[in-house]
Design a protein around this ligand. Structure first.
Ligand code: NAD
Length: 375
């Protein structure tokens, strides 16, 4: 059984789906691994490293492959050229319908990494978490680098330098990692999240949970629910003094399937001290901070507003290593005795399989397709 690893084509995507150290694990399981030339180049994994690990490095790696692994989905035209029955493992685009339609028509089996269920047994395959961890770390490091002040307290003969005040909004995987990283750099950190369980998690990182006295917003599967307009307005009013006092603000708040909530208005940013830094990790899904632009650093008065775009890819080596391990664990689940043999009654397989044998199996995607009408 051949597993193919493609060179990513999307602009700004520097990760690779399988790193050389995982090639050995796959070959030890009895699989052939074929890698497109340059696939790992931008994550600093050379073709020679792949060859030394036992991979065949050549164009056309996906020819006759049983599984094709990538970070971003393959282009529609490329999917249509694959042999029926090929399995694809990748993230899907925000609007996946064109790809899903092409894959169903070509009888390609598609697994979406973002659809791996958030259950304990699936944690080793949870690429949303592994990539959010990288993004959260990077958010704190970018903030520390851009802030023209110290993060830690310094008591010197020349006087005392106070520590930076960091506020993190949204304490999921990325937010907690941003909190932990800012703490390690010596900042005084406060965190806020709408979920009740988050306060304890924020405190466990050594940060101070911000208590606003508002109702908590627990949704299904441990995720947050969307706020009403009224609650959003009240939350912004209550958060405003914390943000005005912060040297660094990091926002990571998301609600599954929805545009990110606006937690911070331009007026709130205007109240921050000159030189303060705002990192909006939610910029690509609409932004938590009014005016943030994915991939751009802009000035709002004297405050720097950094909009995240594919932030995990900015640390492509470690992000690829984690993603690759998630992919390898999924491949292990999908195969038996060296053959591709997914058990569709398994909750994880059923949860992340989008198309198989011409049918769209993923409920949410099928509902999106039927809402769209015939094409
Ligand atoms: P996410 O990326 O969907 O959202 C980030 C955070 O933003 C969440 O903590 C959310 O509560 C928060 N948020 C949403 N609206 C907000 C608002 N208006 N104001 C402030 N904060 C707001 O989250 P995630 O990192 O994917 O984690 C979501 C949940 O899933 C968490 O409870 C996490 O512990 C859980 N989780 C479980 C597993 C597992 O069991 N395998 C793995 C990862 C995460």
């Amino acid at each position: 059984m051949k597993i193919a690893v493609v060179r990513e084509n999307r602009q700004g995507e520097h990760r690779v789906a399988v790193v050389p150290e995982l090639v050995g694990k796959l070959t030890a399981l009895g699989y052939e691994v074929a890698v497109e030339p340059g696939a790992g180049e931008r994550a600093l994994y050379s073709d020679d490293l792949y060859r030394a690990a036992g991979a065949d490095v050549a164009w056309g790696a996906d020819h006759n492959a049983t599984i094709v692994a990538s970070v971003q989905p393959l282009e529609r035209e490329r999917i249509t050229r694959l042999r029926a029955g090929t399995a694809l493992i990748s993230f899907l685009p925000a609007d996946p319908l064109a790809i899903v339609r092409a894959a169903a028509t070509a009888k390609i089996t598609v697994f979406g990494m973002e659809f791996i269920p958030r259950i304990s047994r699936a944690q080793s395959m949870d690429a949303l978490s592994s990539q959010a961890l990288v993004a959260g770390y990077r958010a704190a490091i970018v903030a520390a680098e851009r802030l023209p002040r110290f993060f830690p307290l310094n008591m010197t003969a020349a006087g005392t330098v106070p520590p930076a005040q960091v506020v993190v909004l949204g304490a999921g995987v990325a937010g907690l990692q941003a909190i932990a990283t800012a703490k390690r750099l010596g900042a005084v950190v406060k965190g806020y999240d709408v979920r009740a369980a988050a306060a304890e998690e924020i405190a466990s990182m050594g940060a101070q949970p911000i208590e606003l006295g508002l109702d908590t917003l627990e949704g299904a599967g441990g995720y947050a629910r969307e706020m009403t307009q009224e609650r959003a307005e009240r939350q912004r009013q209550l958060l405003a003094p914390y943000i005005a006092a912060a040297d660094v603000l990091i926002t990571t708040a998301a609600v599954p399937g929805r545009q990110a909530p606006i937690l911070v208005t331009k007026a709130m940013v205007d109240e921050m001290k000159p030189g303060s830094v705002v990192i909006d990790l939610a910029a690509e899904s609409g932004g938590n901070v009014e005016g943030s632009v994915p991939g751009l650093e802009i000035k709002v008065g004297e405050v720097l507003l950094w909009g995240g775009a594919n932030v995990a890819s900015q640390m492509a080596g470690p992000a690829s290593r984690l993603y690759g391990q998630n992919v390898l664990n999924l491949i292990t689940l999908l195969t038996r005795e060296g053959q591709f043999d997914p058990d569709f009654s398994d909750e994880i397989v059923a949860g992340c399989c989008v198309t198989h044998d011409g049918a769209v199996l993923h409920d949410q995607t099928r509902a999106q397709l039927s809402g769209e009408g015939p094409q």
